[in-house]
Design a protein around this ligand. Structure first.
Ligand SMILES: Cc1cc2nc3c(=O)[nH]c(=O)nc-3n(C[C@H](O)[C@H](O)[C@H](O)COP(=O)(O)OP(=O)(O)OC[C@H]3O[C@@H](n4cnc5c(N)ncnc54)[C@H](O)[C@@H]3O)c2cc1C
Length: 223
């Protein structure tokens, strides 16, 4: 068994370039392409968002890749206007060398009580032991995966357009969302705020969440 920390990779984006492309798309509505200046996108996007003319934000997308627990992707995949590719518990056999013959679980850093953590660890060990035992008995992944808990680590690639990301951050970075999702998405939101302030600056997030819990954010040129 291996206990791992969550991480999230975001493709390197040029926020100004994205916002200028959104501006060009939007100006089709008014045939006002002639009004484009170096920073005209700022006012235009601000007006669109204030008035709810948000379909404009659907012309650009951003992908992320993350290592999260099954509970996180269960929640994220409820967002219907996003696309997902998820490590399959039907195709991945965790008894194989490729997986170091072990199951990875995401560390629930937000369980601060030592005794509770011990119970969690004991349960994960027991689950892994039973998974491997079923494998030795010849069980297929379809059967073994029945044992896998919410804490099981999985890699996920997710793509959403700029509008849907806005909606997802609003719901999943607030303190009503599960801490495991906040851990992953708050760092991504902070990156989006830096790159595209005109679009994301007003989105609030749970500022009380301990920053030590934040997933490692990696900005990558390509996946
Ligand atoms: C704190 C929290 C607790 C939750 N608890 C539960 C729970 O206990 N049980 C549970 O089942 N779910 C729960 N959910 C999931 C929630 O109900 C939504 O399914 C999920 O957040 C996806 O968001 P969404 O429906 O707004 O839209 P998305 O799928 O992200 O779509 C974006 C927007 O498109 C529009 N849209 C998409 N599809 C339709 C449609 N068919 N008809 C009309 N408009 C549409 C809506 O405006 C929607 O807001 C919870 C979510 C949160 C954030």
């Amino acid at each position: 068994m291996k206990i791992v920390k969550p991480w999230v990779e975001v493709e390197k984006i040029d926020g100004v370039k994205i916002m200028k492309r959104l501006e060009r798309a939007c100006r089709t509505c008014y045939r006002s392409e002639g009004k484009i200046t170096e920073d005209s996108y700022k006012n235009l996007l601000n007006n669109c968002i204030t008035r709810g003319h948000e379909s404009v934000l659907e012309h650009e997308k951003v992908s992320i890749r993350m290592c999260c627990d099954i509970g996180v992707y269960k929640d994220l995949t409820r967002h219907r206007i996003a696309s997902f590719s998820i490590e399959s518990t039907r195709y991945c056999s965790y008894d194989k060398d490729k997986y170091n013959n072990e199951i990875k679980f995401i560390e629930p850093a937000y369980i601060e009580d030592k005794q509770m953590m011990e119970v969690w660890k004991k349960s994960m060990l027991e689950i892994e032991k039973n998974y491997m035992e079923l494998k030795k008995l010849g069980a297929k992944n379809d059967v073994c995966r029945l044992l896998l808990p919410h804490s099981t680590a999985a890699e996920v690639t997710m793509t959403a357009n700029i509008r849907e990301w806005k909606h997802i951050f609003e719901l999943r970075c607030s303190n009503h969302a599960h801490p495991a999702i906040r851990q992953l998405l708050i760092p991504v939101l902070l990156y989006f705020k830096k790159e595209m302030p005109e679009i994301y600056k007003d989105i609030s997030y749970d500022e009380e969440l301990n920053k030590d819990y934040y997933a490692e954010l990696r900005i990558v040129d390509d996946f």
